[in-house]
Design a protein around this ligand. Structure first.
Ligand SMILES: Cc1ncc(COP(=O)(O)O)c(C=O)c1O
Length: 338
């Protein structure tokens, strides 16, 4: 059974991540992020995203980064808005609700892309004591369906949310793929968002995501929340060293560019086989329509994910390590099944 397209989490770690770990494994260093490597990595993130005043936190997982961001933004009587397919809504086991105490409300979306006017109705409910009070909206770049917010749409969305006095969180577990796809600066890919989860693991690291907090005044106590949920790494230098290595010489964008290109190649291959793509391939994920029998038989060879069991669409994810040979193999296997 091949896991080649199961997830970018199934990919191996990039050799640069392992080298980075080895390089900082030299003697003792201050614990809990008070070390020099962590300081340098935080500076590198601030520089990359052009926000010299941002606070930077590191976590082991993207779920933790999302939860820390949201739980430190809201009171239990407030409301978090997100798309109907948001990872925080459907794939974090209710963690954001449990740890923030706040209501999570789904907004209609097109593959995770939300029309800014969808926020208006919720903002208008503010005031009466009977309603949860909207405080923050979370969007995902690139989205759970592998779509990318174009820079102008991102700016428009974030600005509209701010006009409505909503904070904006960007779940950037695959932010590198979006930046690479857009060909814009990292800053442009996130607009003026307040807090950003910057993915590392899916991008090729062994482990580690980061939080870029651009408006720290809105996230009081964020470091306490990080500690409470067990994501203040005592040996943080090993997370930070990987970020340093990936931000250096734009390795994070090179790995993402490769993953995106492989996904484009895979999508084109599916279309040549006469299969229909469920949505455009814009980053490193491909969603293809497969009837139940073909999916079942493919499942004998490949572990692939069907996000919604009621919809005959299967997800293929490419990573920094996806080879042309792996793409040829899966296309040949499918050709034999169709
Ligand atoms: C969009 C998105 N956000 C967050 C996460 C969470 O990352 P982790 O598995 O590291 O907790 C994932 C993981 O698949 C994801 O796809």
């Amino acid at each position: 059974m091949s896991t080649a397209f199961a997830s970018d989490n199934a990919a191996p770690a990039h050799p640069a991540a392992l080298v980075a770990l080895q390089q900082v494994n030299d003697g003792s260093a201050a614990a809990y992020g008070a070390d020099e490597v962590t300081a340098h990595a935080a500076d590198a993130l601030r520089e990359t995203f052009g926000c010299p005043d941002a606070e930077v936190l590191f976590t082991f997982t993207g779920t933790a980064a999302n939860i820390i961001a949201l739980a430190s933004a809201v009171q239990p009587w407030q409301e978090i808005l997100c798309s109907d397919i948001a990872h925080i809504l459907v794939d974090e086991a209710g963690g954001p609700v449990r740890l923030s105490g706040a209501q999570l409300t789904r907004l209609p979306s097109s593959d995770g892309l939300i029309d800014p006017t969808a926020l208006d109705r919720h903002a208008a409910r503010r005031g009466p004591v009977h309603h949860s009070q909207p405080r923050i909206v979370s969007i995902t770049q690139s989205t759970e369906n592998g779509r990318v917010w174009p820079a102008p749409a991102m700016t428009q969305f974030v600005d509209h949310a701010h006009d409505l006095d909503l904070l904006v969180h960007v779940d950037g577990s695959r932010l590198a793929n979006a930046v690479a796809a857009l060909g814009v600066s990292p800053e442009e890919a996130i607009g003026d968002a307040d807090i950003i989860t910057v993915g590392g693991t899916k991008n090729g690291m062994l482990f580690g995501d980061a939080l870029l907090v651009r408006t720290p005044r809105h996230f009081p106590g964020i470091r306490f929340v990080q500690k409470q949920i067990g994501h203040l790494a005592s040996k943080n230098r090993f997370v930070a060293a990987q970020f340093l290595a990936f931000l250096r010489d734009d390795l994070w964008l090179r790995t993402a560019t490769h993953a995106n290109a492989q996904a484009a190649q895979l999508g084109a291959g599916f279309q040549r086989l006469g299969l229909r793509l469920a949505c455009p391939v814009e980053a490193n994920e491909v969603f293809v329509e497969l009837d139940a029998e073909t999916h079942r038989r493919l499942g004998e060879y490949y572990a692939v994910h069907q996000p919604d069991l009621e919809v005959p669409v299967v997800r293929f994810v490419c990573a920094w390590s996806t080879t042309d040979g792996e793409i040829d193999d899966v296309l040949n296997t499918l050709r034999g099944l169709l």
